[in-house]
Design a protein around this ligand. Structure first.
Ligand SMILES: [Zn+2]
Length: 402
């Protein structure tokens, strides 16, 4: 009887002009809006340590990606670019925070020449409105409205974001918001500090204000909320003495230069280094395979050095060549600089990622994701064509089957 009734109800709906209701199709609300929040350096460990009560609560309503990987090196600029494009650095061409463009013999700090389509540009291709606050790789990249604050204070970022939603008559379809203070505090006080957790709690409360506004506007049920991070954060205990490294290199008969400005490398050296988290190293002349191995072995002997990535290893990590011909990474606990909290290594590719909203499986825990998978998953749920520059995949295990 019950079945008869539902069949009758469905037939009546069709008769009443709701003609899209066909067998197997869901009547659940479709995703119309996306709130894409990124918290710089939100280590997944902070959330596990109960520093983000709102986010933890939302986990039950959506999908989490407990071992999702950020891109290498785990620096902010390449990762922010990959987060908003769904493409690896080899596609975006944003390899590091400071890169060497060999063809032009130029060092570029804060590169913005992203070659991949951004999520905002994808929305625009469908004529949907877009806005961003502080998400710097979206500035002039598909956003109808863009705002930033020099100080980067969380409360001010929230105010700017709430202003983007205005009176709610026609809320922007995409709102991308970036909070940066968790990174700042993490660097200063370290990943194990009470201050890093306190700052996480405060940003978590700011994000809750945004979500509450969507609720007040009556559109939260049609909104995909993404909480993402560009990388994790590690505690530093010991500092690598660069003089030791210089000595090893000199003993091996090589000349190198450590570049701290944006001036091009000098000629006459064998290789040069841009110090940006790791040591991003570039050959200044041809090295035979045997000589390369000898140099890497010497560098690995320096106290505090963990890995030397080169060749196939960098290609597998899908880095861009402008991040270095080889990259020297500190061992766990070690760093080149004196800050208490650090990121840039593979070990900090543990930023926190989750999403909830229409079409997303509640309580799903999806293994093996990459942060570049977030954008194609959002685009799929919003029925927007996935751009040809996207490297990531739709996270089908996070998507409800109709
Ligand atoms: Zn940082």
């Amino acid at each position: 009887m019950k079945n008869m009734m539902s069949l009758l109800a469905a037939m009546l709906l069709v008769a009443a002009g709701e003609g899209s209701l066909v067998a197997g199709e869901t009547t659940a609300p479709r995703a119309k809006y996306c709130l894409f929040v990124t918290v710089d350096a939100l280590d997944r460990d902070y959330v596990a340590r109960n520093a983000a009560p709102n986010i933890s609560q939302w986990e039950k309503q959506g999908a989490v990606f407990p071992d999702a990987l950020n891109v290498f090196p785990t620096l902010t600029t390449p990762n922010m670019t990959s987060l908003v494009t769904g493409a690896f650095p080899c596609t975006t061409t944003i390899g590091a925070n400071k890169v060497y463009v060999r063809e032009e013999n130029r060092i570029v700090g804060g590169p913005r020449f992203n070659k991949a389509v951004t999520i905002a540009e994808a929305f625009k291709s469908r004529g949907l409105s877009t806005a961003a606050v502080q998400h710097f790789m979206l500035e002039k990249r598909g956003t109808d409205e863009y705002a930033r604050t020099e100080k980067g204070g969380s409360a001010e970022i929230t105010s700017l974001a709430l202003a983007m939603l205005a009176d709610g008559t026609t809320p922007t379809r995409l709102l991308a918001v970036l909070y940066q203070s968790v990174d700042t505090v993490g660097h200063k006080r370290g990943a194990e500090s009470a201050e890093a957790l306190a700052e996480t709690r405060s940003v978590d409360a700011e994000i809750a204000k945004l979500v509450k506004r969507y609720e007040e506007l009556g559109i939260l049920g049609e909104t995909i909320v993404v909480i993402s991070s560009d990388h994790g954060m590690s505690h530093r205990n010991k500092q690598i003495d660069l003089a030791n490294l210089t000595r090893k290199v000199t003993e091996g008969g090589w000349k190198h230069e450590i570049i701290t400005s944006n001036n091009p490398p000098t000629t006459g050296t064998d290789f040069f280094i841009i110090q940006g988290g790791n040591l991003n190293c570039y050959f200044n002349r041809a090295f035979s395979a045997e000589e390369r191995e000898r140099l890497f072995a010497a560098l690995r002997c320096v106290e505090g050095v963990g890995n030397v990535y080169h060749g196939e290893a960098l290609r597998r990590l899908r880095t861009h060549p402008n991040a270095g011909d080889f990259i020297v990474e500190p061992a766990p606990g070690w760093w080149f600089g004196g800050e208490m909290g650090v990121h840039g290594r593979n070990t900090e590719s543990d930023g926190y990622e989750m999403m909830f909203g229409p079409g997303i499986r509640k309580g799903a825990s999806v293994q093996g994701a990459f942060t570049v998978d977030l954008v194609p998953t959002v685009l799929h749920l919003m029925d927007i064509p996935i751009s040809h520059t996207v490297d990531g995949k739709v996270l089908w295990q996070a998507v409800e089957t109709p």
